[in-house]
Design a protein around this ligand. Structure first.
Ligand code: FRU
Length: 481
């Protein structure tokens, strides 16, 4: 693409695939992420969305419906198989959400310290506009999971009625901080799974018989641990099979580059500027700005046994060193383009986790390559695939403390998850000051060759039904009990 005057060119990425076990880590560079601002309109009136409509989620109405009166709902995923198909089980659609009690005396921003995995079900082919999701309660019995707080993951239907719930086992040590909203003793984090059973009858869906196994803790080498950084990220497992490597099961997850916080030094490859680019940054200046504090990566692990109880780390598939500190809820989405499988890596990130000198919105970011491990090309040249309406000319903010001069919808939605057909579900966070805790209207993005566009013909001006997580594969019959 032609450069935007005053902005650098993005890095060159071949999209070439590497052996998943090799140590090539693709870089989302500063040169890449600078394209977010290069593509943003610097002339909008303050507080008006400055991003292209192609990557902007349509506005969620302030009077959005509440999905459930008892629990706040945020990160959500469907029951899937190893190929990311969303499974209708015996005639029921099943989704899993992080939930927290609405009336327990803490606010929506304290949800992380009180998170449990809950589930909802509704009849397959229900009318998403009128049929509510039925809340089934917590998936695990109280005190049964590893850790005392359950964070995001993914759920796979296995043989018969067995399910594996992969989740983040977070352990907080300071109970007082749960109400205060953090700041206390740093939590432990492990990736865990629970093997159990799903049951369905005419009344709905239940789960039982879970056996919990701890799978991975950060090694401190490839993946930063708590001793190295109390604010480390190690979470959000998503498992899948790769048609290019039959018989193996992989997991992507959110991590940070191993090493003590503050000791990382930004490298020329993290900046990724083209030789001689007049708009390139100077490496020393980037390092003096403190950009080395932000060291997100997307981790990869491979299962060592069929039961998926033993896993080995592989090097990260993507790093965002000196660009951003969090690449959350990663997922691999495989799409056939012109007879070839293209691998899309999607991950969510925030505006407040960008490194010094960088600016971008809350939303979902995408990268495309020829394999699970490849020299990923950031979607739309920047990485940004879909975001909440934001004026990127104003400084970054956090959902807890937005200012009135910004776009009231800069935090309207988060935790975007790309489903089959490009349907993107997310949760509502803050719409013009109205806090959410419920699922957003699903939107649709069309993408090919790494270029995406919000489909404004979908639903009403691009907004589909609230909490629309349809299934695309039936298992166990249509549910005539
Ligand atoms: C994304 C996220 C996940 C984490 C969960 C904790 O919204 O930060 O990374 O598992 O929320 O609430």
């Amino acid at each position: 693409p032609a450069p935007t005057p005053g902005f650098p060119l993005p890095s060159t990425h071949s999209q070439q695939a590497y052996d998943p076990a090799s140590d090539f880590t693709s870089k989302w560079t500063r040169a890449d992420a600078k394209q977010i601002m290069a593509q943003s309109d610097s002339t909008v009136a303050p507080g008006v969305n400055s991003m292209s409509p192609d990557v902007t989620m349509p506005e969620i109405p302030e009077d959005f419906p509440t999905m459930n009166d008892d629990v706040w709902v945020w990160d959500t995923w469907s029951l899937t198989d190893e190929n990311a198909n969303q499974i209708s089980y015996k005639g029921w659609d099943v989704i899993f959400s992080l939930v927290a009690d609405r009336d327990a005396g803490y606010g929506f921003d304290q949800r992380h310290w009180n998170a449990r995995i809950g589930y909802f079900f509704r009849k397959t082919n229900a009318d998403p506009a009128t049929d509510k999701w039925n809340y089934g309660g917590h998936v695990f019995a109280d005190g049964a999971s590893i850790g005392n707080t359950e964070w995001s993951g993914s759920t796979r239907l296995m043989q018969g009625n067995h399910v594996n719930v992969f989740y983040t086992a977070t352990t907080f040590y300071d109970v007082a901080e749960r109400n205060a909203g953090g700041g206390g003793i740093a939590p432990d984090a492990a990736i865990a799974k629970a093997l159990g059973n799903i049951h369905a009858d005419q009344n709905g869906v239940t789960f039982d018989g879970f056996t919990h196994t701890k799978l991975l803790e950060p090694d401190g080498e490839m993946y930063q641990n708590k001793a190295q950084n109390p604010g480390f990220a190690f979470r959000d497992p998503y498992t899948f099979e790769d048609p290019a490597h039959p018989g193996k099961t992989y997991m992507v997850f959110e991590g940070n580059t191993g090493g003590t916080r503050g000791e990382y030094e930004c490298k020329a490859e993290d900046l990724g500027y083209q030789p001689g680019d007049p708009n390139a940054e100077n490496l020393n200046e980037v390092n003096s700005s403190g950009a080395y504090y932000q060291t997100a990566n997307v981790g990869l692990a491979v299962a060592d046994n069929k039961d998926l109880t033993k896993w080995s780390f592989l090097p990260p598939i993507l790093s965002a060193n000196c660009v951003n500190d969090q690449t959350e809820r990663p997922q691999i989405f495989i799409q056939n383009e012109g007879g070839k499988n293209k691998y899309y890596l999607f991950t969510i990130s925030h505006q407040f986790t960008y490194a010094a000198g960088m600016r971008g919105p809350d939303g979902v970011y995408g990268f495309v390559g020829d394999g699970v491990r490849s020299d990923y090309q950031p979607m739309n040249n920047s990485g940004l695939a879909l975001a909440s309406p934001t004026d990127l000319n104003l400084p970054s903010e956090s959902p807890e403390r937005p200012t009135p001069s910004q776009n009231g919808r800069q935090f309207q939605a988060y935790s975007h998850y790309v489903q089959p057909g490009g349907l993107v579900q997310s949760f509502i966070d803050n719409v013009n000051g109205v806090r959410g805790g419920s699922l957003s209207p699903t939107v649709k993005i069309n993408f090919r060759d790494g270029i995406s566009q919000v489909d404004r013909t979908f639903g009403q001006n691009g907004l589909g039904p609230f909490g629309y997580l349809p299934t695309n594969l039936n298992v166990g019959g249509a549910g005539h009990y």
